[in-house]
Design a protein around this ligand. Structure first.
Ligand code: 5GP
Length: 237
């Protein structure tokens, strides 16, 4: 069992701790909720534990379908053991249905089914407000080393989308869009990192259209924890 050592990074949703094994970190899921680049903030007791469980389930599903991830194992309610990797400073967004910033930016009506899964890149930089960038910006910013890395990331993002879309459809949820992050492991392979949870995905109930994700918090639509609990209930059903 890896032993928790010093805090090496604290983000909006997680703390990352070193362990006595240089190749392993402990990710601790926080109860903090933030939106609009940290402008809207709240605490929701139990949210971290829910996201830890949901993300562990989804990463397990993806691993079972051949996607390499950083997850080693869930350690406790709020903690998981992960492989250390160098995070690619991109938010990789995959969209099946137009909403959020896509609808705002391009005027595509909310709820429009997109003709294919759209992959977008945002440069992870809080000061700049995580701007949308294209493939060439990724290279100029050294966010990735080669065009092949960009192709690989896009390919993995689409594979993740296909697996998750089918899985959630069976659970009565429409996977509208999501954000993922990738890392480069010690062997130079690109792996899925960070988390996949209702903090980073949009889920709409297929029958009622009800939103069951962080938009409940962003748009004051009700109790965010109840929504996340429903997502977990569907996953386990
Ligand atoms: P949008 O660009 O429409 O705001 O978000 C697209 C998708 O990516 C949504 O599922 C949203 O939750 C996710 N997303 C975008 N930016 C972030 C971010 O900074 N953090 C997290 N956790 N998710 C994000």
């Amino acid at each position: 069992m890896a032993t928790k050592k010093e805090l090496i990074y604290e983000g909006k949703g997680k703390k990352m701790w070193a362990t006595d094994d240089p190749n392993l970190l402990i990710a601790e899921f926080k109860d903090d909720l933030t939106a609009f680049n940290g402008v809207k903030k709240a605490q929701e007791a139990g949210k971290g534990a829910l996201n830890n469980t949901i993300s562990t389930q989804i990463f397990g599903l993806l691993e079972s379908k051949g996607i390499k991830t950083a997850l080693v194992e869930k350690l406790s309610d709020t903690e998981q053991l992960v492989r250390k990797c160098q995070i690619v400073p991109l938010e990789v967004i995959v969209r099946n249905v137009a909403t959020g910033s896509l609808s705002k930016r391009l005027g595509i009506k909310e709820g429009t089914n997109l003709p294919f899964a759209l992959v977008e890149f945002c440069y992870k930089n809080d000061e700049l407000g995580d701007p949308l960038i294209n493939d060439e910006h990724c290279l100029i910013l050294n966010a990735v080393k080669t065009e092949q890395d960009i192709d690989r990331i896009k390919h993995m993002a689409r594979q993740i989308n296909t697996i998750m879309y089918e899985f959630f459809e069976q659970k009565g949820l429409r996977l509208v869009d999501f954000k993922v992050e990738f890392g480069v492991d010690s062997e130079g392979s690109i792996i899925l990192a960070d988390e996949i949870s209702p903090d980073s995905c949009r889920f709409w109930d297929i029958k009622s259209g009800q939103k069951l994700d962080k938009d409940v918090f962003r748009q004051n639509l009700g109790n965010v924890k109840v929504a996340y609990e429903e997502v977990l209930r569907r996953i386990l059903s």
